[in-house]
Design a protein around this ligand. Sequence first.
Ligand code: ZN
Length: 245
Amino acid sequence: MTEFNSLYCKGCWQQMRMPIFIRSPLSVPFRLIGVKPSRMHPNLCTVCELMFTKVKKKKQIDIQATVMFADLRGYTRLSERADSAGIARLLDKFYDECAPAIWKRDGIINKMIGDAVLSIFNFPLERQDHVRQAVLAAIEIQRQCGDMQSELSGLAGAEGPVKIGIGIHTGTASIGEFGTAYKDFTIIGSVVNKASRIQGAAESGEILISDDAYRSIREDYPDLEPRTYRLKGIDQPVAAYAVPS
Ligand SMILES: [Zn+2]
């Protein structure tokens, strides 16, 4: 990924027009004051990650974003049997494989929640086709996971296959600093909840996207048939589409 890594923080540049160097000798003065590449994305810096209010001049903002949850399946069942070191290796491998697929499409990994990766597209790196980028990242993750099937099972000492379920939704979300014990920015809103529920409805190995997400990429996949789901916490039935990987 060397050619992909930029010398300066793309987030600070897009949001504040400030060149904050994170690589090369130019980054030395910034490192001295503790500015480093972010763990959310290698082309963002810790200023973007930790100083949302300073960067945005607001505690929270509303944005258009695509949210993707990718969840490692079989983890709970596995953790009863496998040793914790094996599970840690499995989660590390999962993260290592998911991250580049997300990063190279300008998505960020906002959080790891248990055995799921929560990623955001279109913030802070803006990208008009953020839904498409999220779907392409999901396809790459599923393909890689398929290729590494025996390795993943082996890492966790699992007898059966270890698979990934992915859910994607897009819309308006609030992003910023919530609560007092915050460390970095958080995304909240019905977009996040619905993306998470859709991920829960996805079969292992499947990519399930909401109707709002499908509208943005219909031209890529004109013939997908809607499925209807009853999802916990959402009153109306939800239409979703399985994207082939
Ligand atoms: Zn930055």
